[in-house]
Design a protein around this ligand. Structure first.
Ligand SMILES: Cc1cc2nc3c(=O)[nH]c(=O)nc-3n(C[C@H](O)[C@H](O)[C@H](O)COP(=O)(O)OP(=O)(O)OC[C@H]3O[C@@H](n4cnc5c(N)ncnc54)[C@H](O)[C@@H]3O)c2cc1C
Length: 394
């Protein structure tokens, strides 16, 4: 039972469509895709034809123009089926949103219809060997050469980097953090697959080497200096929102699998579901998932209302959902015992995928410090330090 509050009839209908697509066309293949470490082209075509790659593109460019809650529901149901598929919606959506928000008229006209139809896949290329959480350590450089730019540097852990046609890529231009749209076929760009990653194994990660990589002048997205503070920040905000909802689905999948297994498996003459310590794990999964869903809905409502509080609400949602997904996945493996450690059941994949969720789009620790700082920021400042009893000290 999943309680969902205040969905409009259209949102409820969309959720049903996403749920049945994920149940029939995603979940049954997800373990195989995980082993193959890729999504098949036929699946990508079907996915694009259904309009799921168009979700973050405005309607005037062929996009679906989904409201924030409906976009969240898509991510939840895909996350329930396969976190790698959900990751595609995340990074592709981040690239689409950046072009829609910051692109010139010609960049929007060139890229958005192709991104909406799936003719082009977008990826987000920020992380470098020496710059992960600390994005300010960005070391890739850009130099003006004639009408275009020369890029030099390296990007790592780029989701769907193997498959992308365009990279939303960040570099320093004259020292200023700057965003570029780098086409896959740019001379001097080498794309190398990363394999054997712990989780989201079908998300076709790549490292990008840029050595005297040449791009045209219209590859520049937004003004130099806006790269991290505006373009990347906005994209990461969407990414965090998408991952948070995906984690709700992942946690729900852990609960579903555990309910099934605990209902079938018997030990000591009774079903697992009748052991109180197993019930504790089921209860924690159910409660954590429901709380995560509500935090995501709260973030969605605030996004729709264009409230500045949506930023804080999204941090809360991403932090809680990812931590809950990992705990639910760990408990789901526990409920399954040895079966949970084998490749035949999905719960071992859930556990590996859930660990990744605590690292991407702002790690758990960065969410914790950001949330704590914001919580202090929201309070009136004490005028003077106080003693433990609340009395002012000298
Ligand atoms: C599967 C996967 C997919 C990814 N996809 C993409 C992608 O598509 N595009 C992209 O650009 N990047 C991507 N990344 C990279 C991801 O964004 C980074 O891994 C993430 O930003 C963390 O950076 P890092 O791995 O370098 O860890 P580090 O920054 O080295 O941090 C290591 C650990 O230290 C902790 N830590 C760091 N600083 C602090 C601090 N100030 N206080 C407390 N703790 C701290 C972190 O929380 C973390 O636990 C992906 C990573 C993975 C694993």
């Amino acid at each position: 039972m999943a309680i969902r509050v205040q969905l409009s009839p259209r949102q409820a209908e969309a959720r049903e469509e996403y749920e049945s697509f994920a149940r029939e066309a995603v979940a049954p293949s997800a373990n195989g895709w995980d082993r193959a470490e890729r999504l098949p082209e036929e699946f990508l075509k079907d996915f694009a034809d259904r309009g799921y790659l168009a979700s973050a593109v405005p309607p005037e460019y062929g996009g679906a123009g989904l409201d924030a809650i409906t976009f969240g529901l898509l991510n939840e149901e895909l996350g329930r089926g396969c976190s790698s598929v959900r990751s595609l919606v995340t990074v592709h959506g981040m690239a689409c949103q950046a072009v829609a928000r910051w692109g010139t008229a010609s960049q929007r006209a060139d890229w958005l219809p192709k991104l909406a139809s799936g003719e082009a896949i977008g990826a987000f290329a920020l992380t470098e060997p020496g710059a992960g959480s600390d994005v300010k350590a960005l070391a890739t450089t850009a130099r003006r050469i004639g009408d275009g730019f020369r890029l030099d540097g390296a990007k790592r852990w780029i989701t769907f980097g193997q498959r992308a046609d365009v990279y939303l890529l960040f570099a320093r231009l004259d020292g200023l953090e700057t965003a570029f749209l780098v086409p896959r076929d740019a001379p001097g760009l080498e794309v190398r697959p990363i394999t054997g990653v712990l989780g989201t194994r079908a998300s076709m990660l790549a490292e990008l080497d840029l050595a005297d990589c040449r791009v045209a002048g219209d590859a520049l997205l937004a003004r130099p200096g806006f790269g991290l503070s505006a373009v990347a920040a906005g994209a990461l905000e969407l990414g965090r929102y998408s991952v948070a909802w995906g984690c709700v689905g992942l946690s729900q999948a852990c609960l579903d699998a555990s309910l099934d297994h605990a209902d079938r498996r018997e030990t000591f003459g009774v079903r697992l579901r009748d052991h109180q310590l197993v019930q504790r794990m089921i209860a924690d999964m159910a409660t954590g998932t429901a709380a995560a869903r509500l935090l995501c809905q709260q973030a969605g409502w605030l996004r729709q209302a264009r409230s500045t509080e949506s930023l804080y609400a999204t941090w809360l949602a991403k932090y809680h959902s990812s931590v809950t997904a990992f705990r639910s996945a760990s408990d789901a493996v526990q409920v399954h015992g040895a079966h949970g450690c084998g490749g035949g059941y999905p719960v071992q994949r859930y556990l590996r995928d859930a660990k990744v969720m605590e690292i991407i789009e702002g790690s758990t620790e960065l969410q914790q410090t950001t949330i704590a700082e914001s919580a202090y920021h929201a309070r009136p400042r004490a005028t003077a330090p106080t003693s433990p009893t609340g009395e002012a000290t000298a």
